[in-house]
Design a protein around this ligand. Structure first.
Ligand SMILES: Cc1ncc(C[n+]2csc(CCOP(=O)(O)OP(=O)(O)O)c2C)c(N)n1
Ligand SMILES: [Mg+2]
Length: 525
């Protein structure tokens, strides 16, 4: 027997069956029924106070979990408010599905009418729509497939009349097409690259977000160990290789002194799942002119986009690293140390951000941001997640606030918008219950986003620090206490902070300093 149901109810069942567990939402009449139906199907609705924050929470949550992550917004202004967060997610290639209520087809005189397709495409997101009640489930499957399989941020427009149309409730569940598996590289390309590796004396493995998504860390570490390579990441790969003594950390504008020194000495750059943007290469200056550059990516369109490459290998980062290991074992030289030595290991340690000497420019009224950041890093638990807003302060966060893994980091700089950090921290916190969520934010970006401070309270974003330390000083402590602080948080924010950072504790009413040190990579530089 067939039961009457609506398209919204059917789609909500489908999203739950496809694995969606959470939806970041702000309700209006156009997305009310779909959002309610999601909760009825066990999807947790996390209510935001601003749609841009909802999108950025979801962006960070999806980066941290890899889950099918939903956002739900009202038509018209609900979607326009979300657009900056959608733009950041789209430029990060975050798999995300934004459900946007819409007016019925042809209702162009409605207050809520905008050309949703044109608007979302303009920021690099994919636009999909449930066109008719009959096509709605197939339209939805197409949207989910593009989000998950193509790693795209997709906006699925849901016209009100189609949402409300009847749909049989007992139709079989939607299923994604079978997983196509990893993209394996051409064996000839692997052979050529293995030959180049065998000839290199100072190889460097440089990995980005593609390596995170492909779960390539272990394979890349094994490859680097096999050939004696050093390791580094782009900003989007931050957190990869966190436990390796051969890691130089981030390459580019946020680089440590030793990364600056050594990357330019490398004679072979093995780039996995990154774009070689000018930020990563310091406009090409970080790479020696004679260095051989190899680029491994699943998308051929990436090759040569930012700089010429000598080897282009189309393939999944992990599959290609594993294929290279097999090829090197088959034909290549015996395992070797490359440029790794005890002396170099010591140089790497001494030249990293935490050990390299710097002139502390703190005064009685002003704390050098490096000193502040290092102290905050030292007093907080290492098992943490860290988000960072954009702004001129933004270099201090990836340099000094360490993360245990790439999935524990969200640096929302793809669109270079200020104001996305707080929501990113909340998204990370929701994805990592029980862990300390740490946010680096400037006063401007922080105040821009505080509509959702209250949303963050249950998620417990625990610490906020600014290069002006305004939150630190005026906020009564460096740590933003949770709504009901646990004994542990209270302990950190008072005793431990006072004991470990006596100078910060004393510095209560400072003013910004004219000649403050620069964080290195500011917006627009
Ligand atoms: C949405 C948006 N508006 C404006 C800018 C230009 N902008 C770049 S940095 C910045 C200041 C941000 O202030 P704050 O958060 O206090 O960080 P600070 O730069 O002071 O370190 C602004 C407005 C931007 N990047 N994004
Ligand atoms: Mg500021």
């Amino acid at each position: 027997m067939r039961h009457a149901s609506t398209v919204s109810a059917g789609l909500a069942r489908d999203f739950a069956a496809l694995g969606a567990r959470r939806c970041f939402a702000l309700l209006g009449t156009a997305n009310f029924t779909i959002s309610q139906a999601l909760t009825e199907n066990g999807v947790e609705l996390i209510s935001a106070r601003h749609e841009c924050n909802a999108a950025s929470m979801a962006d960070a949550y999806a980066k941290a979990t890899g889950e099918l992550t939903l956002v739900s917004v009202h038509s018209g202004p609900g979607l326009t408010n979300a657009l900056t967060g959608i733009g950041e997610a789209a430029k990060s290639r975050t798999p995300l599905l934004v459900l946007a209520g819409d007016v019925p087809a042809g209702a162009v005189r409605s207050n809520f009418y905008i050309d949703q397709t044109a608007m979302v495409q303009a920021v690099g997101a994919v636009s999909e729509r449930i066109h008719t009640p009959q096509s709605a489930r197939h339209d939805t499957l197409r949207a989910v497939t593009r989000a998950i399989r193509d790693r795209r941020t997709v906006v699925l427009s849901l016209p009100l009349d189609v949402q409300a149309a009847p749909l049989p409730s007992n139709s079989p569940p939607l299923a994604l097409p079978p997983e196509p598996g990893r993209l394996h590289p051409d064996p000839a390309a692997v052979r050529r690259l293995a030959t180049a590796i065998a000839q290199a004396r100072r190889p460097l493995v440089l990995a980005g977000r593609g390596a995170v998504v492909s779960d390539a860390e272990a394979a890349l570490t094994a490859l680097a160990d096999r050939v004696g390579a050093l390791l580094a990441t782009s900003v989007c790969g931050h957190g990869l290789f966190a436990s390796s003594p051969w890691s130089l950390g981030i390459s580019g504008g946020f680089a440590s002194p030793i990364a600056d020194e050594l990357i330019v000495e490398s004679d072979l750059i093995l780039g996995f799942g990154l774009s070689f943007t000018p930020w990563t290469t310091k406009k090409g200056k970080l790479l020696a002119p004679e260095a051989v550059v190899a680029h491994v990516d699943i998308e051929a369109a990436q090759f040569g986009g930012h700089l010429p490459v000598d080897h282009a290998v189309q393939g999944d980062a992990r599959a290609t690293a594993e294929a290279l290991l097999v090829e090197l074992d088959r034909t290549g030289p015996p395992a070797r140390d490359g440029w790794r030595s005890e002396r170099l290991r010591e140089r790497i340690r001494a030249g990293d951000n935490h050990h390299s000497p710097y002139q502390d420019r703190s005064t009685d009224q002003f704390i050098d941001p490096r000193t502040l950041s290092k102290a905050v890093d030292a007093i907080l638990p290492a098992d943490r997640v860290v988000a960072c807003d954009s702004g001129h302060f933004q270099g201090w966060v990836p340099r000094y606030l360490r993360v245990p893994s790439a999935r524990a980091s969200c640096l929302s700089h793809s669109f270079q918008s200020v104001g996305l950090g707080l929501a990113s921290a909340i998204g990370l916190a929701v994805a990592n219950p029980g862990k300390l969520a740490l946010l680096g934010a400037g006063d401007g970006g922080f105040l821009m986003s505080i509509a959702d401070l209250e949303t963050g309270a249950p998620a417990r974003p625990a610490a906020v620090h600014s290069h002006l330390q305004r939150q630190l000083v005026c906020g009564r402590s460096a740590l933003f206490p949770p709504a009901r602080p646990s004994g542990r948080h209270r302990a950190i924010s008072r005793c431990r902070f006072r004991r470990n950072c006596p100078r910060l504790w004393r510095t209560r009413h400072h003013r910004p300093h004219a000649g403050r040190p620069r964080s290195g990579q500011g917006l627009g530089e």
